[in-house]
Unconditional design. Structure first.
Length: 306
């Protein structure tokens, strides 16, 4: 069943209250930087509104949308997979408008951070009349379709508080869950996010009933400390350590190591992409089914840690 692009984007904008949101703090820095560094006219590719707020409809294709796809990141793998099956007018919704490579605890790989979409892929998207929509901070803070909210829901938790001021709300949620142990929670995280390797630091606990949840990059020790003061027994995020080459990345890594040595919480990392992809396959897919009667088709990364 085809739906009109303007109808889809209007409903998504309302869902995430984009008309009231200011420019995305993070993406308004990173998107211009990475494209300017490679000399690509990104403003000529994106919609005028996106170049101002860095959320919403990023690229307008044909007005009639046939299929809707979703992913956390527009990585090279995701875009190749989408371009292999998409038909003119199809829509891809991502949490981030550009890719980010945070490295991996597997073999201690360090990476470059935010990177632009390849020009060849952008040209293919434009030539085939495909559309792209991205929602970053407003999806992080949403309780209806949100990166942290989806994790709490998957853990059968009840939200009891918020932390980590971010955008127009809070990126972190405190949730009460059924009593569990560190080992069982780590095993549950591995199953839930589909990662064979879960990064674990901090204290091992025999009883966990309150967990702090942050999607994506969770390596801010000041917010870890806030979560612990609010009674969290465990801290579940995407990246405990952002392995980005350079002084900043090395300093942040050391800060988390120092915090982990003293905290009473179990610290759990499941990768940036996996932690924020969950909302695509659960809450966003459910929203599309209920709002439009459309089945969202998720595209997973080949490797969550990278």
């Amino acid at each position: 069943m085809a739906i009109r692009l303007d109808h889809v984007t209007a409903e998504l904008d309302a869902l995430f209250d984009l008309d009231a949101a200011g420019p995305d703090t993070a993406m308004s820095r990173h998107v211009p930087r990475v494209f300017d560094e490679v000399g690509f006219d990104w403003r000529g590719f994106v919609e005028p509104g996106f170049s101002q707020r860095f959320n919403g409809l990023m690229r307008r294709g044909l007005e009639s949308v046939g299929a809707v796809y979703g992913a956390c990141l527009p990585s090279a793998h995701v875009l190749d997979a989408w371009l292999a099956v998409a038909r003119a007018g199809d829509l891809l919704i991502t949490h981030h408008p550009i890719d980010v490579r945070n490295g991996s605890p597997v073999h201690d790989v360090w990476a470059e951070g935010f990177v632009p979409i390849a020009e060849a892929q952008l040209q293919a998207i434009a030539a085939r009349g495909l559309s792209m929509y991205s929602c970053h901070a407003p999806m992080d803070i949403s309780l209806e379709v949100g990166t942290a909210a989806a994790i709490v829901e998957a853990l059968d938790g009840s939200v009891v508080g918020r932390f980590w001021p971010y955008g127009d709300g809070h990126a972190g949620l405190l949730a009460d869950i059924a009593p569990t142990t560190s080992d069982r929670l780590v095993h549950r995280a591995s199953e839930l996010f589909g990662v064979s390797l879960v990064e674990v630091e901090g204290a091992a606990r025999e009883e966990i009933t309150r967990v702090a949840v942050v999607g994506g990059i969770g390596d801010h020790v000041d917010q870890m400390a806030v979560a612990e003061r609010l009674g969290a027994h465990a801290y579940l995020t995407g990246e405990l350590h952002v392995r980005i080459e350079g002084d900043y990345g090395r300093r942040k890594f050391a800060e988390v190591e120092r915090f982990a040595a003293t905290t009473g919480m179990t610290l759990i990392g499941v990768s940036h992409a996996a932690s924020e992809h969950l909302v695509i396959e659960t809450q966003l897919a459910r929203w599309f089914a209920g709002t439009f009667g459309v089945t969202l088709r998720p595209i997973r990364e080949a490797e969550w840690w990278r």
